[in-house]
Design a binder for this molecule. Structure first.
Ligand code: ADP
Length: 169
């Protein structure tokens, strides 16, 4: 029976592990792009073991941002946030892997850079909440909504990572 289970796991290429194909939206914000931090951000996600399935550099417009930050529309900092997010290009990415939404939030650190722990992206690269370098979706549902907002399905690549079995078995 154990042999059969092993065989089915091998045939599935470990994709049977729940949560392994979870995806999240990560975006390097305009301050991060200006400060040439894109490479550092990518490196952290790659090293952690996540798989990049989509990436683009774009100048975000108010339309996409007003949808993206819909829940914050009544906050006093909202106009400044939209101004900041349209001040230059952002690099939007979709990362895939086990528990990627929660793990990304831990890697990114607290929204308020002052509270963000050293070792997190915000804790290492930013000092103020209004310029906090990076966005990462805060739940699986939000991630699905944000991914379809920022990416067309044809822009996402389903590919097999050669170290998949080393990462997950
Ligand atoms: P997160 O980006 O950690 O999910 P929120 O969704 O609460 O946090 O806020 C979205 C973004 O709005 C933050 O990343 C930050 O850029 C900006 N923001 C949040 N709070 C403030 C604030 N008090 N002053 C200025 N900008 C803020």
């Amino acid at each position: 029976r154990r042999g059969l289970a092993y065989l089915s796991i091998s045939l599935l290429g470990n994709r049977g592990i729940p949560g392994i194909q979870e995806r999240t939206l990560v975006a390097v914000k305009p301050d991060g792009v200006q400060r040439r931090l894109v490479g550092d951000v990518i490196k952290r996600f790659e090293r952690r073991g996540f798989k990049l399935v989509g990436m683009k550099l774009l100048q975000a417009n108010e339309g996409i941002l007003s949808e993206h930050y819909h829940e914050l529309r009544r906050k006093p900092f909202y106009p400044a946030l939209i101004h900041y997010m349209t001040s230059g290009p952002v690099v939007a990415m979709v990362w895939e892997g086990f528990n990627v939404v929660r793990t990304s939030r831990a890697m990114v650190g607290d929204t308020n850079s002052t509270e963000a722990k050293p070792g997190t992206i915000r804790g290492d690269f930013s000092v103020h909440v209004s310029r906090n370098v990076i966005h990462a979706s805060d739940s699986v549902e939000t991630a699905q909504r944000e991914i379809s907002l920022w990416f067309h399905s044809s822009e996402l690549v389903d590919w097999e990572c050669c170290d998949h079995n080393i990462t997950y078995q």
